[in-house]
Structures are given as C-alpha cells and as structure tokens.
Design a protein around this ligand. Structure first.
Ligand code: FAD
Length: 621
C-alpha cells in the first residue's frame, strides 16, 4: 500500500498522462500515476499511427523538449513516411505506422524505468480540494492519496457511452469501463462541462484479405525518424494498402441508417468534422461513388488490420456486410466492430496557459479532457502540464511556448483563448508562423528550453549546438561560393531552369524553384568535398535557410511585431464589465478569459482590433 505524499499525482495513463508523469518525474518530482487499467498504459485507442501533417511536427517538438513520444515511436514503428515532400519544407510531416502492442509495452517499460514514478491501478472518483487548492485524489476503494498538484488526463473515459447501432453501454474505450464521479464533482465546484464524440473503424483479420486487389503503399526508401536522439533507424518496413468502397458498399451502409445512433439523435456530442464516419461521408458527399480506405497493419507480429477511413457506429452486421463489398475484402473476417463514443470534456477556456485550471489552484488538465483529439495533441499537453505542475510546486517560472515558437504554443493558446466547440485537431493552417515551425528545426527551436528545464540532456544540447554552428558555416559558404556557367548550365537545362551567363553565387542558384543543394554538389566537386565534413541535418537546414531566406525573414519580422503586443502584460484584473466602449461580446469574453497579455486578448474570438485599441486606451498605451 502506497501512503507517502506525492509532489504530483497524474490521473490516467494515456498519451497525456504518460508524458505528464515522465516529465514531472524526470524533473525531480515524486509522481504517482493512477490509472484504471495498467494493462492499457499508452493504449492507442484508434489508429495505430503517430505523426502526420502538423501532428508529426508536434511529436518532433515533444522530442526536442525532452519528452518521450518520439523515442517510443522510433522504437516501435513498422513503417515511416515523410508526407508532403512535393511541397515546401513547412509542410513536410513525418508519419509512422506503429506497432500498437509494442508502443504500449515500450511506454510502460519507459515509465517503470523512470525513477520517481509509483503506480496505482484504480479509478479516481474525486479530487481532494482544500481552500481552492488541489491536494490529492480519492479512489473508488475510498483510498486517499495526497499531493501538491494533480494532473487530470481522463481522455474519453468521463461518463463515456459507447454506441454500436441501437446498442449503447457505458465504457471509456472498447472493453474498458467508463470513469464516474469526477465530472460531477468538478461541476459542483463551478466548472463547466460539455459532451463530445469520436469513433473508430472495425478491425479485420489480415489473413482473410486479398491484397492483390489493392494498391501497395510502401514506406520511404530511406526512412527517417522522429527523435533527435540516437534511436536506431527503421529496418524491414511493413506495407500498407489502399482500396476503395463502392456504390454497393454505400447501398449496404444505408440499410443501417435507421438504426444509426448518429442519424437517430441518440448521440448528442459533437464529433470531429474532418474525421467523419463512413456513414457521414456517404450522407454528406452523396455524389461520390467511392471513398478511399487505407488498410493498415496493427503491428509486426499480429494479423489484425485497422481499416482506416471506415469509422462507423452502424449495427455490426451492417458494418460486416459493407466491409465485404470492398475490393480485397470479399472474404474478410471481422475481429471487432467499429463504434462511436461520447464523453465529457471541460471547455479549455477554464485553463491558464500553463494548463492549470483557473478555478482550482495546482489542478491541471491535459489531453482529450480539454476537447482535443489525437495522441500527439494529448501527449504535448501532458508534457506541458507535467512541466508546469513541477515548476509551480517548486516555485519556478511557468513554462509557456509562444505561437511563433512551437505548434504546442499554438495549440494551447487556441484552446485557452478560443476554446473549442468540436474535437480540436492540429492543422498547419492553425499556425500563422508555420514557415518557422518546421519539423526539421524543432531541435533548434526547443532543445535549449528542454535543457534549461532539466529534461533534455547535455549531449542533446551539444548536438543541436553543433547543428546550429555548422548550419551557419554552410550558409556563409553557399552565399559566397561562385559557380561558373560551364559548371552548372547543363544541370540547369535538365531542370528546365534558365542558364546563367556569368558566374553566380550558389546561394542564389538554390533560391530557384527546381534547384537544391544537391545540384550544387553535383556541379561543383569542390563544394561536394567541402560539404562532406558536415552532418546531413546541418546541410539540409542550411539549404532550407538559404532557399527560403526571404520568407523566413518576413515571418520573423511579423512574429516580433506581434510579440511587442504579446508581451504587454495586463497586470491587474480589469473592470471589463464597465468598459462600455467595448463591444458586448468582447466584454463577455474578456471577463470570462481574463487574458494575461494584450496579445492573448487580441486572439480571443469575438475581440476585434477595434476592441483592442479601446483596451489600449484604458491601459494608457
Ligand atoms: P486516453 O488515451 O483516452 O487515456 C485516458 C487514460 O485515463 C486511460 O488510461 C484511462 O484508463 C485513464 N482514466 C480515465 N479516467 C480515469 C479515472 N477516473 N481514474 C483513473 N484512470 C482514469 N484520435 C484521433 O486523432 N483520430 C481518431 O480518429 C480518433 N478516434 C478515436 C476513437 C475512439 C473510439 C477513441 C476512444 C479515441 C479516438 N481518438 C482519435 C482519440 C485518441 O485516442 C485520444 O485523443 C488520445 O488517446 C487522448 O489521449 P489522452 O491521454 O487524453 O486520453
């Protein structure tokens, strides 16, 4: 029986809880990780994949700060692809197909090997709150654990209800109980709660599929990885496959509509618009006669297959019949039906930028409980909540990332200031400075911060410092190195780029659309020899910096202009209610969110630039 008092108690061992516990413990806090089922630590509830567009950038940021999700992914992935390589580097996004069981196992081993973490398997039913401060938790068995801070990461479990056709039952995830008690207590304290929903597709037996009727999708020839640490590169990748639904599939699915929990109004929570169920897709896009299905292995040593794109909560017999009408699925055997789940969340405008709640001191929320969706979104919040809980109780500064520093900063700023009506997922379009927030430079942006926090090692810092200095040397070299027409014109012709008539700087040539640093190395053997002493990462970084220099400079200028406003701190609580010159909506939102800076106020939806000017006048600016 564990009786000691803890620094930080983390409730829930999903993606948010694991990162929160690991961060706080590695920074030196004594941590208790309480979760309902220790066999499902870091369970991937839905797709067995990490990363993807904008999400891959988040995993690299987590890694650069010293979080663990990137390392775990590298150790357990079975396929790696860098998405969007035909676009600019701001869009390049790493994505891994993970081995679901190995991912969970590796996280559990990682946590067990982290000093300072104790475990307790049970449902937490309430928080211990004294004088407006979280001081521990109480479990279903009535056991109380005391702590200085509590991080709640309950995911989809709070009053979760699972729907399959007309059947509905309590559950936090397939085959797991829902969690009760916490929502009701938080509401009684004054918190506002809402309902959201998400869904997952059926899983099938890979041995029953005919892959010859599908398109193979291989991993990258030279797979990269997520972590900047020395994790091993991926060997022996597994392929995914692509197939399509047909009009026959759609007709079969329609036979289940009258029993659909979504169409019949039994599900009230709002789901993610960008991740619709198959029934939603055929309903909303009735003119489309087929939808793409990604056939993804769940692991290296299992035959189970995830049917990506076929999320459904229709009756299981309808799901089964419809599956069998898909090319390659004619003899498919189903392992588990798809389902939808509704759960409680807490509108994140009730949080400070540290993820501490405004109502209860030393209480932090991270992950799906804040209205987000996705492992990456959850993991980064867990990391930030773990860091901030540790810092707060050790009287250290808050750790907040700006929108111009990290996708993590964009995510938390959006949540806290704008809130979210539907499950929030990260997109590159949410980041106004996405040219600065690339997957290739997350280490340059964030490793020093991770090091200062005590999370990233000296070795990592040395490595990134080497990359920074090498990158600058290469940039200088490229901007000074002259290339003769005779050296490069044949290559330019091959690339459909205009020939040069007199010598040109390598840096200027790289700025041309089809030309990159490899062409310079091909044209000028001495450049190749010179550059061979540098790390491939430094060469890539310099190449991007030179090619996109003007865009990057413009973006930096924009970010610092915004920062001037950003940094203007609103010291005292202002009497927004009586600022009659403000619009009614601005008054209400400012009162509710109580922004810490002018920059934060300016991003609240409903607060216009005119309201900000008025606010500045009130502040004497
Ligand atoms: P979770 O991973 O849900 O983990 C919560 C943890 O808290 C669990 O370990 C649970 O046991 C524990 N817990 C909960 N309450 C208590 C309590 N009271 N006491 C003790 N322990 C507790 N994301 C996508 O990006 N795309 C999708 O298509 C998608 N579909 C999904 C479909 C389904 C059916 C589900 C369930 C989730 C889906 N998700 C999807 C969401 C994704 O799984 C989550 O965003 C992510 O797992 C959230 O991480 P988390 O750490 O916040 O919570």
């Amino acid at each position: 029986m564990i009786t000691a008092k803890y620094d930080v108690i983390v409730v829930g061992a999903g993606h948010a809880g694991c990162e929160a516990a690991a961060a706080a413990a590695r920074m030196g806090s004594k941590v208790l990780l309480v979760t309902m089922n220790m066999n499902t630590i870091a369970q991937m509830s839905c797709n067995p994949a990490m990363g993807g567009v904008a999400k891959g950038q988040i995993v690299r940021e987590i890694d650069a700060l010293g979080g663990q999700s990137g390392i775990i992914t590298d150790k357990t992935m079975i396929q790696f692809r860098m998405l969007n390589m035909s676009k600019g580097p701001a869009m390049w996004s790493p994505r891994a197909q993970s081995d679901r069981m190995r991912f969970a196992e590796e996280w559990r081993m990682n946590l067990e090997q982290t000093a300072n973490i104790d475990f307790w398997q049970e449902m937490v039913t309430s928080l211990l709150v004294e004088k407006g401060k979280a001081v521990g938790i109480k479990t279903a068995l009535g056991i109380e654990f005391k702590s200085e801070a509590v991080v709640l990461t309950n995911g989809t479990f709070l009053n979760g209800i699972i729907h399959i056709g007309e059947k509905q039952f309590g559950g936090g995830r397939a085959a797991e109980r829902a969690a009760t008690g916490i929502t009701e207590q938080l509401i009684s304290i004054g918190f506002e709660a809402g309902r959201m929903k998400t869904g997952t597709p059926p899983r099938v037996d890979g041995r029953s599929l005919d892959y010859s009727r599908m398109e193979e999708q291989k991993g990258d020839e030279n797979p990269s990885k997520f972590s900047y640490t020395k994790t091993k590169s991926l060997q022996e990748q597994r392929s995914c496959y692509i197939t399509y639904t047909s009009s026959e599939t759609h007709e079969i699915l329609k036979t289940g509509f009258e029993k659909s929990p979504m169409f019949q109004g039994r599900i009230q929570g709002l789901g993610p618009r960008y991740c619709p169920s198959i029934e939603d897709k055929i309903n909303r896009f009735a003119d489309k006669d087929r939808h793409q299905i990604f056939v993804e292995p769940e692991g290296r040593s299992t035959v189970e297959i995830y049917v990506n794109g076929f999320s459904s909560s229709l009756p299981e017999d309808v799901q089964f019949k419809a599956l069998r009408s898909i090319a390659g699925f004619e003899n498919a055997k189903m392992f588990r039906p798809g389902y939808a789940i509704e759960y409680d969340f807490f509108p994140p405008t009730q949080l400070n930028l540290t993820l501490e709640t405004k109502l209860v001191e030393n209480l932090y929320f991270a992950g799906q409980i804040n209205g987000t969706t996705g492992y990456e979104e959850a993991a980064c919040q867990g990391l930030m909540a773990g860091i901030n809980a540790h810092n707060k109780i050790h009287e250290k500064d808050s750790f907040i990332l700006k929108r111009s520093e990290a996708y993590i900063g964009v995510l938390i700023d959006d949540l806290v200031n704008k809130g979210t009506e539907e499950p929030y997922r990260m997109f590159t379009s949410r980041a106004e400075h996405r040219i600065l927030l690339r997957q290739d430079n997350a280490d340059i942006r964030l490793t020093k911060k991770g090091y200062d926090l005590g999370l990233a090692s000296q070795e990592r810092l040395d490595q990134v410092n080497r990359k920074i200095s090498e990158t600058q040397e290469i940039i200088d070299y490229l901007n000074n190195k002259s290339v003769e027409p005779a050296e490069i014109n044949a290559i330019l012709q091959r690339l459909n780029s205009a020939p040069i008539t007199e010598k040109a700087k390598a840096g200027n040539l790289i700025k041309r659309p089809n030309v990159d640093i490899n062409h310079i190395m091909e044209a000028v053997p001495v450049a190749k020899t010179y550059l061979s002493k540098y790390l491939p990462d430094s060469i890539e970084q310099a190449s991007i910096a030179v090619k996109y220099a003007s865009y990057i400079d413009k973006e930096h200028q924009m970010a610092s202009r915004i920062e001037e406003l950003e940094n203007y701190i609103i010291k005292e609580r202002l009497d927004y209610k009586n600022m009659s010159a403000l619009s009614k909506e601005a008054r209400e939102k400012l009162l509710k969110i109580n922004p810490e800076t002018i920059g934060q106020a300016s991003r609240i939806s409903g607060v216009s630039p005119a309201d900000i000017s008025i606010l500045m006048v009130y502040l004497g600016k």
